[in-house]
Design a protein around this ligand. Structure first.
Ligand code: SF4
Ligand code: SF4
Length: 298
């Protein structure tokens, strides 16, 4: 089973459009499993309209909680918290006890160890949900991280792990991972162990810079990368810059997708663009899939 991760140096480059299209095209040729690893903004489900089969809680990270019955308002916790997450009592509503500002708490537990009254406990956080669903193109594993929660890298790893297990059980030949944007910890989690990264870039002012950053990440972790330029005809000069940069780094450009409003139209109808039209965008994406398939030897 091969793993293809689809990444971009920043959000909004059309990464999910490409992932959904490849899911559609690949599923016509071989059994696949899908994982939406963009757990902060899971969009693949909007295009694939999955039928949810399972829902699971995701618990992660610790947060300090103060028991107002035990707190004697000594202020030690406030003085040791480096994240300014402890609030001194300001009115009678807190009963005179100190409180933890949950969004600021990093879970370091300094306050827990320093409280002379054992008034502080460290509690697991219900940080999100993950799902197993069926889609038109194969099983889909996806997740939602709750607002303000961290550890999305851990949730990405979980979603990917579930996808890999399902792919193994079902003898699927390809796991397609719609990765998170950027270059942070979730991207590293999504890329780990991948056989290929498909990097989606747009011909914008920051296009080459964004590509350079994400390429640095994939190279560092030894994941071979190829590039697709989305909306390539919107700025041909910038597209040529991207192509020249790729040539200089010995990275193949496996396709250039033209700009077309039909992409948005297809999304509004809940369809991958390749399942919606057979125009120039679909032909370009079919070319991308052909190159990826060849390179992965599928
Ligand atoms: S260290 Fe403990 S007792 Fe002192 S203010 Fe903080 S929670 Fe209350
Ligand atoms: S666990 Fe750490 S970050 Fe959270 S309130 Fe205590 S000292 Fe501050």
């Amino acid at each position: 089973m091969k793993q293809l991760v689809i990444l971009s140096g920043k959000g909004g480059t059309g990464k999910t459009t490409v992932a959904a299209a490849l899911a559609h095209l690949a599923s016509q040729a071989l059994p696949i499993v899908l994982a939406d690893a963009d757990v902060d903004a899971a969009n693949l489900e909007l295009v694939l309209e999955p039928n949810q089969l399972e829902e699971h809680e995701f618990w992660s990270g610790k947060r300090a909680t103060i028991d107002p019955e035990l707190c004697t308002s000594c202020g030690v916790c406030e003085s040791v918290c480096r994240f300014d997450a402890i609030l001194a009592p300001t009115d009678a509503s807190s009963g005179g006890a100190y409180q933890v500002e949950a969004l600021s708490c990093e879970g370091c537990a300094s306050c827990y160890y320093q409280c002379p009254e054992d008034a502080i406990s460290m509690e697991d956080q219900h940080a999100g949900l993950w799902f197993r669903s069926d889609s038109r193109f194969g099983p889909l594993f996806h997740a939602h991280l709750f607002a303000g929660q961290e550890n999305s890298g851990k949730l990405v790893t979980l979603v990917k792990q579930q996808g890999r297990l399902a792919a193994s059980d079902l003898d699927a030949e390809l796991l397609i991972i719609d990765g998170p944007p950027g270059i942070g910890c979730p991207v590293i989690s999504a890329s780990a162990g991948a056989d290929m990264a498909l990097l989606v870039v747009e011909p914008t002012v920051s296009g080459v810079h964004d590509l350079e950053r994400i390429l640095g990440t994939t190279e560092h972790f030894g994941v071979p990368a190829v590039v697709v330029i989305n909306k390539a005809d919107l700025n041909e000069k910038r597209s040529m810059e991207v192509a020249a940069f790729c040539a200089g780094r010995d990275v193949a450009v496996v396709g250039e997708i033209p700009y077309d409003t039909v992409v948005t139209e297809a999304m509004v109808h809940g369809r991958p663009v390749t399942a919606y039209t057979d125009g120039a965008v679909t032909r370009a994406l079919a070319g991308v899939w052909h190159c990826v398939k060849e390179r992965l030897m599928l």
